[in-house]
Structure formats: structure tokens, C-alpha cells
Design a protein around this ligand. Structure first.
Ligand code: NAD
Ligand code: ZN
Ligand code: ZN
Length: 355
């Protein structure tokens, strides 16, 4: 139970509820503990958001388990697919209103001044903050956003289905653009989890023909439901042989899988001149034959989330009814169980938590 107190004498600036909120916080055992924590106060340029839903991304699992070379902040509240309503504005905020629907994102903020920011590559800013990693995120009842970077959510969208667009959607939309695959050409999407099943839909909407690769039959069925024409089970078949035989190699590949093996296999599914984009971030490396890459002029590139413009475009595809994430709703209290199922590859589509 929270009590509302006025924090600003001027009307229209909203209120910060007094009291505490429920949130999932990292523990030294690399799990999450759902507990009562203080409701944050928005600083200059920030807004307080009452969360309605939040998707659970595999990146949150990497963050909690400590998988990556750069550690997250201590006592982290993860989550970067949070959707909610602005309830209080910090000093100087002019572009957000009380009641407006916004999302946080992995790209929580960037400096706006560096070479990367100035050239439209704010996702590469070295001074960026990341939602649910270097700043607290959306696995709680409230979160802060930076007014410059909060995703503006179009009116009338489904509050559950929109959550996965905020990371999975924008990430694969940007990744698919980076493949350079043209309408009518083939893209292989490797890994049909939260990201991959949405990638199949963006690819189709962008006019691409889709081959889906995963190690689980139910994921491949999901890919077919969302429009994949060819599916390959990498647990039973060799993806290179299967894709070369079926379509003569793909023009582009998007790897969202969480096992390094899929990254090496990406080379074998390409045709000459193809571009491979890596979205997945499992710890590890993969074998790559130099002669093969040079002689066949293969491009391999990484792609990290998307800019604010990519986000607006990804949300626009969604708002026009082109993208329908497969979602299941679960409570915040189930978060450790959700993570265990995610680790075992037992989630179809995305889990979205509702507050
Ligand atoms: P997820 O757990 O929902 O899905 C992972 C999928 O990979 C599952 O369907 C699983 O069956 C499949 N998989 C596992 N091993 C495979 C193999 N050998 N070959 C093919 N498929 C295999 O995870 P998610 O939320 O979709 O995230 C996927 C990865 O993308 C994570 O590493 C996450 O951190 C990363 N990610 C990156 C960005 C970015 O901007 N680059 C953004 C979001 C997530
Ligand atoms: Zn910058
Ligand atoms: Zn994510």
C-alpha cells in the first residue's frame, strides 16, 4: 500500500508515491530476491514510471548469472522491456506528460555529444547507460526513464504484447536491416526464442523469405506459425547441408541463439556475398575459416539493440498490426522459475510480467 504525496507545487508535474515498491533485486548467489525497496525519485531530465508490464529477456538472465566481462551495478533491478505510465516528472522535463505511456530500453541514455552519438550511432556511445544493467530497470512496480531516451508508445496498443518490442523487437528489426537482405531474398534466423520468433515476423513484414533454425521442435513450429517457409532442427540435422540443399544458401543470417555453436554454423548456411549479423550474446567463441570468409566475401557483423529512431520504426510496425509476439503472462514472484525455464530453453516466445 502506498500513499500519494505531492512533490511539486505546480500542477501537472505528478507525484512520487511515498513508501516502498516490490522489485526483484540481484543476490550474491546470482539469483533474484523479490523484496520491498524505496521508490526512486526522478532527477533532472528524468521521469518516474509506474510499470504495467515488463518482458523478460535472456539478457536479464546473463546479467543475473554474471555471464559477461562487464559486470552490472550492485543490487541491480534488471529489466529493459518495461511498459508503463509516467506518474512524476523531474526538474526540467518538458517532452513527457503525466499519464503518457512510455517504455525503458537497453539504451537507457547516451551522451549525445561523442562521435558515435553525432553520427547516428548512439548505440555505440561509450558513456551510455543500460536499463536493467548499469541503471535499475523494469522488474519492479516503478522505474526511472531519461526523457530523451524513453520509448514513446503509440496509443491503443496491447500492454502485454508491446513489452517484447522494446528489446527483442527493436534488436531484431535493426539486426535484419544490418543484413542488407532485400525483399524476395532469403534470411536464416538462427535461434527462435524471444528474439527469433519476433525476427521471423519482422523479416516477413520487410519482404524477406525466412529459414528458421533451432534445436527444439516447438520453436520451429512457432517459426512456421509466424511465416518461416523452411525450418531446420540443428539438434538432428546439419544446418549448412540442409539450407544449401533447400535454398542454395541464404543472402543474410541473423543469429539470436544462445549457444556459440550456432555462430560457427552461420557461415555454412550462407551463399556468396552474404552478411551475417550476430545478435545473440552467449559467452564463448566460434571457429571461422579465413579462406572461406575471404573467397566467398562474407561479412560478419555484430548488432546491438537499436537507436531511438529504430525503436520508433519497430514500434510503428507493431502498432500497424504487423507483429504479434507470442506471450505468456506471469507474476514477478515467479522470476527465478522463469529464469530456470529460460536456461533450459523451455519458453515459447516471451514471458511478460504484469504488475
Ligand atoms: P531465448 O532464451 O528466448 O531464446 C534463445 C533461443 O536459442 C531458444 O529458442 C533456444 O532453443 C535457441 N538455441 C539454443 N541453442 C541453439 C543452437 N545451438 N542453435 C540454434 N538455436 C539454439 O533468448 P532471447 O531473449 O531471444 O535472447 C537471445 C540472445 O540474444 C541472448 O544471448 C541475449 O542476451 C541476446 N540479446 C542481444 C541483444 C543485442 O542487442 N545484440 C538484444 C537482446 C538480447
Ligand atoms: Zn555518446
Ligand atoms: Zn533484451
Amino acid at each position: 500500500m502506498t500513499i500519494l504525496t505531492e512533490t511539486s507545487s505546480s500542477t501537472g508535474r505528478g507525484t512520487v508515491p511515498s513508501g516502498t515498491m516490490r522489485a526483484a533485486v540481484t543476490t550474491p548467489e546470482h539469483t533474484l530476491a523479490v523484496q520491498d525497496v524505496s521508490i526512486p525519485t526522478p532527477g533532472p531530465g528524468q521521469a518516474l514510471v509506474r510499470l504495467i508490464t515488463s518482458g523478460v529477456c535472456h539478457t536479464d538472465l546473463h546479467a543475473v548469472r554474471g555471464d559477461w566481462p562487464v559486470a552490472p551495478k550492485a543490487d541491480l533491478i534488471p529489466g529493459h522491456e518495461g511498459y508503463g505510465e509516467v506518474v512524476a516528472l523531474g526538474e526540467g522535463v518538458t517532452s513527457l506528460e503525466i499519464g503518457q505511456k512510455v517504455g525503458n530500453a537497453w539504451l537507457w541514455s547516451a551522451c549525445g555529444e561523442c562521435e558515435h552519438c553525432r553520427t547516428g550511432w548512439e548505440t555505440l556511445c561509450e558513456s551510455q547507460h543500460n536499463g536493467g544493467y548499469s541503471v535499475d530497470g523494469s522488474f519492479g512496480e516503478y522505474m526511472l526513464v531519461d526523457e530523451r531516451f524513453a520509448a514513446r508508445i503509440p496509443d491503443g496498443v496491447d500492454p502485454v504484447e508491446v513489452a517484447p518490442i522494446l528489446c527483442a523487437g527493436v534488436t531484431v528489426y535493426k539486426g535484419l536491416k544490418m543484413t542488407g537482405v532485400k525483399p524476395g531474398e532469403w534470411v536464416v534466423i538462427s535461434g527462435i526464442g524471444g528474439l527469433g520468433h519476433i525476427a521471423v515476423q519482422y523479416a516477413r513484414s520487410m519482404g524477406m523469405r525466412v529459414v528458421a533454425v533451432d534445436i527444439d521442435e516447438s520453436k520451429l513450429a512457432l517459426a512456421r506459425k509466424h511465416g518461416a517457409e523452411v525450418t531446420v532442427n540443428a539438434a538432428t540435422d546439419d544446418p549448412g547441408e540442409a539450407v544449401q540443399q533447400a535454398i542454395g544458401g541464404a543472402h543474410g543470417v541473423l543469429v539470436t541463439a544462445v549457444h556459440p555453436k550456432a555462430f560457427g554454423q552461420a557461415l555454412a548456411v550462407t551463399r556468396r556475398g552474404a552478411t551475417i549479423v550476430f545478435n545473440g550474446l552467449p559467452p564463448g567463441d566460434f571457429p571461422a575459416d579465413i579462406f572461406d570468409i575471404v573467397l566467398r566475401a562474407i561479412t560478419i557483423r555484430g548488432s546491438i539493440v537499436g537507436t531511438r529512431q529504430d525503436m520508433a520504426e519497430a514500434l510503428d510496425f507493431f502498432a500497424r498490426g504487423e507483429i504479434h509476439p507470442t506471450v505468456a503472462v506471469e507474476p514477478l514472484d515467479d522470476i527465478n522459475d522463469i529464469f530456470e525455464r529460460m536456461e533450459r530453453g523451455q519458453i515459447d516466445g516471451r514471458i511478460v510480467m504484469k504488475y
